[in-house]
Design a protein around this ligand. Structure first.
Ligand code: GLU
Length: 428
């Protein structure tokens, strides 16, 4: 989003085409998988609080459901585009396949900025979104979840609207719901924790003690905050973090050489994960420019904001000290930057493996909904650790055996599994 020359869908297709070639996939399978199965584009007319009317544009893409119902979040973002949603829906298909949960891939979005909308207006957008796709979503068809700038509150409004239309209770229509109304404990932590579970395994394999490492993060939303908490708990040192500043419409990096205390930082961070820069200065943080997070002399970089952050223009900013990049965001690294990182021998844990914790926990939420019995947080996080760790090792083993870049190994496994499901069903 933002950069007009960048197209996430073209990038997702290029990544797919390269692996389809390696796997020798037939043409019908390639045609089937390089585009979403179904797309919905629609208007959401809203009466605003001031009495005026405004029409928002909404989307839902269902990329593939050969392995199970489509699954994926809904983003609220002023720069949302249909191509971004298409790409993200495709990445969801690979994500659910890589962790081997019985789900497909989907994604949704609304072009809107929650910063400028009251809660009442946001509720109307949520309900309007559901009304437009009501017949095409559902526990057995397509199950949305939170994503950029959407939360458990948005999910429960959406579930409620669906249930009003259906005239019955359907808690399985959506995941990421509040705990106590069908949500799962651990869902808030899941994506960030999953990021660190994969990092922990990579460090073990490379014989690096996490306590001797330092990291810099991009983004301070839910994923980054929880990843930072677990990384710190395991003994890692957080040196820098960048965060969006909405009033100035730009990002800043804040840095503290002797380590950032996330709990203190949260005291002057708003609900969108934006750090108050003046407060940061008064607490002796250095305030640097937006790109500074990736220029740090650290061992680990964790991009956990948006797509297209490490690209041909910026990859050169990364210090030679960096040995690990763990992608908390979806699509943060472009194929051009991948080539440079491959050359430098940086171990990149790809997005659809590194950030699969969210959808894995969504799957656990569905299981708990289906049995109508809820697990403790410890049980959920333990299961999450097991699933993530096993997916990590499956990919890492293939990458080592065949001397592959980890993204390519993850793509080989997931595309093959989805292609096989399509074949078994007799689609291609
Ligand atoms: N939005 C998250 C993702 O990109 C979670 C999706 C889900 O739980 O369905 O993976």
């Amino acid at each position: 989003m933002g950069d007009q020359s960048f197209n996430a869908f073209k990038m997702a297709q290029a990544q797919f085409d390269a692996i389809a070639e390696k796997l020798g996939l037939d043409h019908a399978t390639r045609d089937l998988l390089r585009n979403p199965d179904k797309e919905f584009h629609f208007n959401i007319p809203i009466k605003m609080d001031d009495g005026t009317y405004k029409v928002f544009r909404g989307f839902r893409c269902q990329h593939n459901d050969a392995r199970g119902p489509s699954k994926g979040g809904i983003r609220f973002h002023p720069q949302e585009t249909i191509d971004t949603v298409r790409a993200l829906s495709m990445w969801m298909t690979w994500k659910t396949a890589v962790v081997d949960i019985p789900l497909g891939g989907g994604k949704g979005g609304v072009i809107c900025d929650p910063h400028n909308l009251s809660l009442n207006e946001q509720e109307k957008i949520c309900r309007g979104w559901v009304r437009q796709v009501y017949k095409n979503i559902g526990p057995l068809q397509d199950v949305p979840a939170p994503d950029v700038m959407t939360t458990a509150q948005h999910m429960i409004w959406m579930m409620d609207e669906y249930e009003v239309l259906a005239g019955a209770k359907y808690p399985g229509v959506i995941t990421g719901k509040p705990v106590g109304i069908g949500g799962s404990l651990g869902r808030v932590e899941a994506t960030g924790y999953g990021v660190i579970f994969t990092l922990r395994e990579a460090l073990k394999e490379e014989d690096v003690d996490i306590k001797n490492t330092s990291a810099s993060f991009q983004g301070f939303g839910n994923v980054a905050q929880n990843a930072m908490k677990l990384y710190h708990l395991l003994g890692g040192h957080i040196i820098a973090v960048s965060s969006w500043n909405n009033s100035e419409q730009k990002a800043y990096t804040i840095r503290k050489e002797d380590g950032i205390d996330i709990n203190k930082l949260l005291m002057f961070t708003n609900k969108f994960g934006e750090i108050d820069i003046e407060e940061a200065k008064s607490h002796a943080y250095e305030v640097l420019d937006a790109d500074a997070w990736m220029k740090q002399d650290v061992d680990i970089l964790i991009p956990a904001a948006l797509e297209n952050q490490i690209n041909a223009k910026t990859v050169g900013l990364i210090s030679d000290k960096v040995k690990f990049i763990v992608e908390g965001a979806n699509g943060p690294t472009t194929p051009e930057a991948d080539e440079v990182l491959k050359e430098k021998g940086v171990l990149v844990i790809p997005d659809f493996l590194a950030n699969a914790g969210g959808v894995t926990c969504s799957y656990f939420e569905q299981v708990q909904t289906n049995i109508n019995y809820y697990w403790t947080k410890e049980e959920v996080l333990e299961k999450l650790d097991e699933t993530t760790t096993s997916a990590y090792h499956k990919i890492s083993t293939l990458a080592r055996k065949k001397k592959l870049y980890m993204r390519d190994a993850a793509y080989l496994i997931s595309i093959q599994s989805v292609a096989e499901a399509c074949k078994l069903r007799g689609w291609v």
